[in-house]
Each structure stands twice: as C-alpha cells, then as structure tokens.
Design a protein around this ligand. Structure first.
Ligand code: ADP
Ligand code: ZN
Length: 511
C-alpha cells in the first residue's frame, strides 16, 4: 500500500460539507491513506458515497444491459486471471460437473472503494454472457426482522429462474459483520438466509455469487468458510504501471494534446483508485469542452488533478489577518515537509479555500513505498503538527485557531497507533491493543501517546524556530501569490534555510 497526499487542510470552521460527493469520498480516501498506509483496517475504512453501485433496491440488470467485458478493466491482472477461470466455468458448467470439479460458489473481492470490484463482477457476467444481478448489502439490512432475509430469498429465486448468472452483492460487510461486533437479529437472519441460499445450489447450476467489501477483517468468519465465499481476491490500489494502463484505457476517445504525458500523470497520482483516475480524466475533458478547446491540454489535466485532490479553488472570503494566519500555517507544513520528508514531492501550497471546508492546503505527492517505518511516521506527525507550531511561534499561544483541528486529530491517531498497535514507542515486541484484548485492563497507552506527541511537537517547534527566515519568506510569498507550485515553494525554502541546516543536508547527502 502506498502513502498518499498529506493535505494539510486547515479548517477555519467545522462546517464540513455533509452529503459526500464523489470528490469528498476521494479526498477522504487520500487523507486517510496518508496516515494509514500501515494499518489496513484504517485504510480500508469504507468510504460510502456515490461510489456505491447505482442499482436501485432489488434492481436487476438483464442480459442486454451487461455490455462490459474484461477489455474494460485495466490492471488487476491477478483478479482477472481468477475470474477468467470462472468465466470458463460459467460458459460450460456441465463440463466441470462431469469431472466432479467444485467451483467456488462465492468469490469475495476486497479492497478500497473505487478499485474496480463492481466493474470486475460486471465484466465477468459480460464475458460469460449471463445475466447480472446486483444488490448492495445495505439494501438487505432493514429495521424489521425478517425483511432482509425475505429479500435475499427473493433475489436468489429470481436468479435461479434466470439459469446461469452472476449475483453481485456490494458492501457485504453491511450484512455479514462479525456477530460479536454488534448483535442484531435482523442481520443474523439475513446472513443465515444468504448462507443457506448459497449452500442450496449445485456445481452444475452455473450461479456465481460475487461479493465486495472494503473491510475483509470485519466479516463474519461464517461467510469465508468452504462452500461460501471461499475464494478471496484482493483488489488493491493500482501501482504506477497499473495507473498508467487505467489512464490509457480511459483516455481512449479523448483528444489529448501532444504535450500531455500520461506517464507523468501516473507518477503524480499515487494512491488514486481506478475510479478517481477515471474521474480526473473526465474532469479534464469537461474543462476542455467548456472552453471549446481543440483538445485536452496539459493545463486541463493539471487543473483537474488539483480539483480532484483538493476540491476546486474558491474565491477568498477571509479577512487580511485570517489570510496571514492561514499563510503561516500552510508555510509551516511546507517547510517541515521539505526539511524532514524531502522524498515526498510537494506539488502545491495554497491559501485559497478548497473543498471540505479547508481554508488552505498543502498538496504533497508521497513517495511510493511498500513499508512505512518509525522515522517516517514520526516525520509525518511533525509535518501534521507544523501548521499549529508555526501559528504558535508567529502569533503566540493565545492566538491559536481551530484551523489545526484535523491536523492534530490525525497526528494524535497516528501517535496512538504507533504506541498501541505497532510497538514503536518503547516496547518493540508488545502490541498494547492485542494485550488489552487478551488480558484486559492494560493501560498506559494514552500517557505514552501524549509523551510521544509532546516530544515531536517540541521538535517541530525547534525546527521551525531555527528556520524562521524560510517560514516568513514562504508565508509572504503565499500572501502575495496565494498559491505556489511545488518547485517554487522548495526554491523559496532552499534560498532561506539556515546555514546549519544546509550544512547538515549536505552531510546527509555525502553519507
Ligand atoms: P468498486 O466497486 O471497487 O468501488 P467500481 O467498480 O465501482 O469500484 O469502479 C468505479 C469506476 O472506476 C469503474 O466504473 C471504472 O470506470 C473505474 N475503474 C476502477 N478500476 C478500474 C480498472 N482497474 N480499470 C478500468 N477502470 C477502472
Ligand atoms: Zn494544517
């Protein structure tokens, strides 16, 4: 898993737009990913919104509507390989029955939203030329006991009538949650109905149930037993090469200017899902169309990129003093990011308000990495705390604003998981969380997280205090220009760094 953009969102108010739009869902994923590359369960927290399949309750798509096959799916080679086998089975179930071969009755696709799970299921039905029945797990869970179970039976009845088919259940976690997590009679009955329906059909029937979830860890183990969803396929976020192939696929039929480089875009879009890549290209196409351009220019792509990750720039409504605070805050993030985590490429720093209530933002394209280490996490915390630290140094402790609220919440969560999950604060061989589960009543995590945060905050204050020139210069430039590209930002910082810092950077290079 990769780390994603640390959008140092500065919230002036808490009135985050509710009603999650596709953009909000996406940036939520981005922001989450920036912290949680190492904690799968956090990174995979379901982000619900417009990405849920647009299938109405009980809606069924018929043969004619499945016009989708494997050529509509880029990347995901592993999943495609596995599904190709199922396609062959769906085409000739009798053959497999003759050999006594047992095909999986259910396949579970798991991974973050927008990675193409629905698309894969649909493509399977299209390839096998069988009807596709789709429903979302949340459609099954009802207030009244028995209603959901009835719906499950109804769905399977319809599907059986159709003969060979693919049944797709999105958000299976909504009905198949671990029973010990939260008990509910209604959900139990619904789950039992699903399990018994699934054991009711035979290998020769040619019915495949595909379920999708963002959180495989939260599923009831009963669902994963043999004869149920016994094949599990991870559908992860695409890597650079996969992003490129998804971009290539979705740019078909879109007139791109000669200077547009999809390779560069693939490089820039760390932690984007297939859905966000598709929406980025669409956004760029809309921009090109609205200005009646001959083709989609690099500038459209850039604007779409910023819009997708940070929301569209909006007009300024802040007072002069507020702008000053925002500029210092964002400059703090950028400065500490450049000094402590230069491997992450700063793409843009802005004091223009963006989506989700952010009054300004830092957009940082993180380096791709497989593992996240302790040092890296500490640096990430410092970068998050840097906005507040810069405000405190520039305006004093009495002038703190609510702008850092989400930064400090994220830093705190990160520190707490270092302490409680990862054994990164003092006891390298102990997971306090697991210990607490096993023995109960284990304490000390809160105190240790506090100490870790306090120490890192001190460090951040010291760093910024020693580089006040760079902070002032950058904040000044932001006040004047409102929005700076990454290269301009690093140039300003480099030009104003203290000689000690420059020397130590030099010696780091030599080493
Ligand atoms: P999920 O079900 O995992 O949330 P979807 O299948 O709904 O994701 O993906 C939404 C859209 O994103 C797809 O319709 C497609 O346009 C695009 N997309 C996602 N992954 C891919 C991929 N691997 N190849 C091509 N398009 C993709
Ligand atoms: Zn911030």
């Amino acid at each position: 898993m990769t780390l994603a953009a640390a959008v140092g969102g500065m919230l002036l108010s808490f009135t985050l737009e509710s009603g999650s739009t596709a953009r909000a869902t996406l940036s939520q994923a981005l922001i989450l990913a920036s912290l949680a590359g190492f904690v799968a369960s956090v990174a995979l927290r379901p982000a619900r919104g417009t990405e849920a399949v647009g299938v109405a309750r009980g809606a069924v798509s018929d043969r004619a509507r499945v016009q989708c096959d494997f050529s509509h799916v880029a990347a995901n080679a592993e999943a495609l390989g596995s599904l190709a086998e199922l396609r062959d089975y769906l085409r000739e179930p009798e053959k497999y029955a003759r050999y006594g071969a047992r095909m999986p009755r259910g396949v579970l696709l798991y991974g973050p939203p927008g990675t193409g799970k629905t698309l894969l299921a649909r493509a399977l039905a299209g390839e096998a030329r069988v009807p596709f029945f789709a429903l979302s797990g949340s459609d099954f869970v009802e207030k009244y006991v028995g209603v959901g179970a009835g719906r499950v039976r109804e769905l399977f009845k319809k599907a059986r009538k159709a003969g060979k088919c693919v049944i797709f259940i999105d958000e299976i976690d909504a009905l198949g949650k671990r029973r010990d997590e939260s008990a509910s009679d209604e959900r139990d009955q619904t789950l039992n109905a699903l399990l018994s329906e699934m054991s009711g059909f035979h290998t020769g029937d040619g019915v495949i149930v595909i379920a999708a979830t963002n959180r495989v860890d939260a599923l009831d183990p009963a669902l994963l037993r043999p004869g149920r969803f016994d094949r599990q396929i991870e559908v992860g976020l695409p890597g650079r090469a996969e992003r490129l192939s998804i971009l290539r696929l979705h740019s078909q039929g879109k007139p791109l200017a000669r200077d547009v480089s999809l390779e560069a875009l693939a490089e820039q879009t760390v932690s984007f899902s297939g859905a966000s890549l598709e929406s980025l290209l669409n956004e760029a196409a809309l921009l090109a169309a609205s200005r009646d351009g001959e083709c989609i220019e690099q500038a459209d792509i850039q604007a779409a990129f910023y819009k997708t990750v940070a929301g569209a720039d909006r007009a300024i409504a802040a007072t002069e003093q507020e702008r000053r605070i925002i500029a210092v805050h964002e400059a703090g993030h950028a400065l500490v990011s450049c000094v402590l985590a230069p491997e992450n490429r700063l793409a843009r720093v802005s004091i223009l308000p963006a989506g989700h209530g952010a009054a300004g933002y830092n957009l940082c394209v993180p380096a791709e990495r497989v593992m996240v280490g302790k040092k890296h996490m500490e640096h990430q915390i410092c970068v998050l705390l840097a906005g507040r630290a810069a405000e405190q140094l520039a305006f004093g402790e009495d002038e703190l604003t609510a702008g850092a609220s989400s930064d400090i919440a994220r830093a705190t969560e990160l520190a707490a998981s270092m302490v409680a999950d990862l054994g990164m604060a003092g006891e390298p061989a102990v997971s306090l969380k697991a210990l607490n589960r096993a023995c109960g009543g284990v304490s000390g995590a809160a105190e240790r997280s506090r100490a870790l945060l306090d120490g890192l905050y001190e460090e951040t204050l010291r760093l910024i205090d020693g580089e006040r020139d760079a902070l002032q210069a950058l904040a000044g430039a932001l006040m004047e220009r409102e929005s700076l590209e990454g290269a301009e930002t690093t140039a300003i910082i480099d030009a104003h760094l203290s000689s000690e810092r420059r020397e130590s950077a030099q010696s780091d290079l030599v080493r």
